[in-house]
Structure formats: C-alpha cells, structure tokens
Design a protein around this ligand. Sequence first.
Ligand code: NOJ
Length: 464
Amino acid sequence: MIMGFIASIVLLYIAIVAHFNYWYPEIRWDWNNISTDDISFPPGFVWGTATAAHQVEGNCINNWSEFEKGTKDDGKPNIKDNQQSGIACDHWNKYPEDIDLIKKLGVSSYRFSVEWSKIQPEHDTYDMDAINHYSKMIDALLENNITPVLTLHHFTHPLWFERLGAFEKEENIALFVSFCERVFKEYSHKVQYWCTINEPAVVSTQGYFSGMFPPGKQDPQLSAVVLKNMLEAHVQVYHRLKKMENGSTAMIGLVKNINHFEPWRRWHIIDWLISQSVNRFFNDSTIDFLRTGKFSIRLPGLAWIVHYNPKAIGSTDFFGLNYYSHNHLKSNLFSKELFSLHYKDGDIMTDMPYTIYGEGIYRAIKTGSVLNVPIIITENGVADEMDDIRELYIRRYLYAVSKAISDGYDVSGYYYWSLMDNFEWAFGYDMKFGLYSVDRSSQERTLRYGSKAFVEIVQKNSQS
Ligand code: NOJ
C-alpha cells in the first residue's frame, strides 16, 4: 500500500517534469558546425541602431537623475560606484555629428527616445525649445535618409509625474496619454514609427521587485499593478494616436524585452515552478494581454491580479522585440530571494550578468510571433569592454535572426543596441554596449573593431 503510494508520487513527479521538459526545451545549437556567414535578409529589411534619451543626451532631470543620487537601505549607492548620468554623451548638442556616425554604419534607421521631462518639465508646462530641438533632430535624420523611430517612454519620466505616483496609479495613465498626444501632434507628419513604452516588465520588476531601478521598491504586488497599468497605458496611447491625424498610417508598437527563464536543474520540480512563474510574470502576462485582452498574474502570497481589456487585442502594429539573453534560476525556498541566478560551464559571459545565447533570439521571435504582427528587433547588442566577443555575438545573433526569417517568421528590422557607449542605468558607465566607444573626457567616438562585423553584414545585406 505504502509502496504503491510512493510509486504513484514518483510517477507523477516524473510525468510533470517530463511534461515541462517536452514543452519548454532549452534549445542549444552546435555552433561548431554552423557557418554564421550563411545568412540572408529579405529586400526591404531595415537595419538600424538605437539609443535612449536619458542614456545619451545629458542633463536630464527626472526620476532616474534623482535615483542616481540615492542609496539603498543597506547604504550602498543605487548606481554602481555612485556614478551619475550627468552630461552623458552630450548627444543633445552632438546629434549632428552622431547622425554622421549612424550614416557611416550604413544603416537606414535610428531608434531614439524623447525625454518627457524636457518636453513637459511641469504638469502644466510644455517647453517649446525642447519640442523644437527634437523637431530639428528628426529633420536632420530625414535629410540624411535615416528613418526615425521614436520611443515615447524609455524608463524615465518627469519628477512631477513620479511624485504623483507614476504608473502605480491607474488615474495617472491619462497624464502619459496626453503627453503622447502632444508629441504625436508635433511630429507625426514626419515620423511614421512609434514605440509607446520600452520594456514595461523591466520597469515594473526592476523598479518594484528587485529595487534596482527607481523608485527602488520591493513590493511584488505593486510590481504587478505597475505592469498592468503600463500595459493599459500602451493600449490607451495606441488607440488615441490611431484616431489622430496621421494615426491611420502610423506604425505604433510596444517594445518588450523577452528573457526566457530556465530551470537550473531540469529534473527539479521547484526550479521548474519558479522559472515558469517568473516567465509568466515577465513574459507571458504581456504577450497574453496583447493576444487575448486578458492580463493575469497569480502568485499566491506574492502578487495577484486579473484584468481584462478587449481593446488590448490588436493594439500593436508591430512587436518591438528587445533581446539579450536568457537566465537560469535555481530555487531556494529558504532564502528571502527564493531563487538565484546561475551560469552553465562553457557558456560565454558578457560583461552584463548573462551569457551569449544566440539561439534565444530565435526562440524569442517564435514567442512574439503569436501576436501575428511584424516583429522588429528594436534592441540587441552586447556589453563587451575588451571587445573580444562583440563580433561573435553579432554573428551568432544575426545568424539566428536570419534563420528565423528563412523559417517563415515575419521579422522586418534589426536595431543594434547601442550606437555608442552610454549610461547603462544601475551599472553606470561601466557597460560598453556601443558600436562606437565614447571617451568620457573628450566625448570622442571611435568605431570598435568588433563592430565592423555589423557594418559588413549591413553592407552586404542592404539594397543599393
Ligand atoms: C534594454 C534597455 O531598453 C536599454 O535602455 C538598455 O541599455 C539595454 N537593455 C542594455 O541593458
């Protein structure tokens, strides 16, 4: 009797683990037998590079600049070594020179964000100088045949919005929507591609779960609420802008980082449950919302939210995919954190706490493809100060993108992150993602050796 009971439990355990292993395989390609030169991209495929205002412009006064001055409860600075974004890359003044650098890469598009705190420094004030500044920058891009892709919210917002509770409160969504309407009114006659919000799940988990981003809170329920409100904000912005002049021809999309979470031990049921729950929170809740209108996070004792808005269905003209890597989670139910990150022997680490995993961008494209809209890779790139893995990273990830396209997935563009080294949020200036390095004292930009692989691929695969 007891033996029978134990045998049933063991069989059930094996069945559950086998089920997960079957449905969620961790794809690994044999890179030794793959020629990464074996790539092709369809006519019209768009090549570009990307930045975000706070990371490159300099002199921003927003939720991040405040956070940069602060410390955590344990006295450690919010930003590594107390760094502050400050003047950043002075892109605000140097954008004409930077546009020349973009052209030299051979790409035809530039994704950037407008800084809300510069355009609307106070709730009741729009700054015409800032509005004109971006207008001139857009004109300069167009004069140089570079298609602008404008992001409305890339991690930062004005202090007045932060003080009102930002996306913690549903009623604040309207404030963001009216900012977006204003920006769209100003530029939609010359900008066709719009990204509403960059990586809402990163804002919500890093700002309200890990506390690595402002406001530095650690409250899983609030994190889920912020994610839901940011996605609602996206839906509302989408529908409002679509109704405005130029709205019907504009391409408006959400930008989402897909980061698959894998179990560290594939036989361990708790590692599976934890990694699947994190996947649900970080990836699936957003994709499901856009696909079905249903948003749900059900983590008993941590976060619980169920929400429905049918207008979410079809509220993205393209899926902006940011992809960098995946993570392995090892459960530890007896620690406060519940799990820890681990890296497989033999995997190549980047300077960020993750590895090179080219297969992952193929998987992420597959995940995003359920939305049945074109996928634009709005960010992909590597932090590599020594510049000894950048070329490998570029070749592997672009091989995977090319393979996805030849397997029938609808990917219409690729933007390398980033044009130049910049302020990498909680890591400060230590992370070197740039195709161009930036000398912090002279502001001189220099094309990195490893970036030449990107330039070569762009040139070979662009229409003349
Ligand atoms: C995604 C974010 O959008 C961008 O701001 C950041 O610098 C890159 N990831 C690299 O971490």
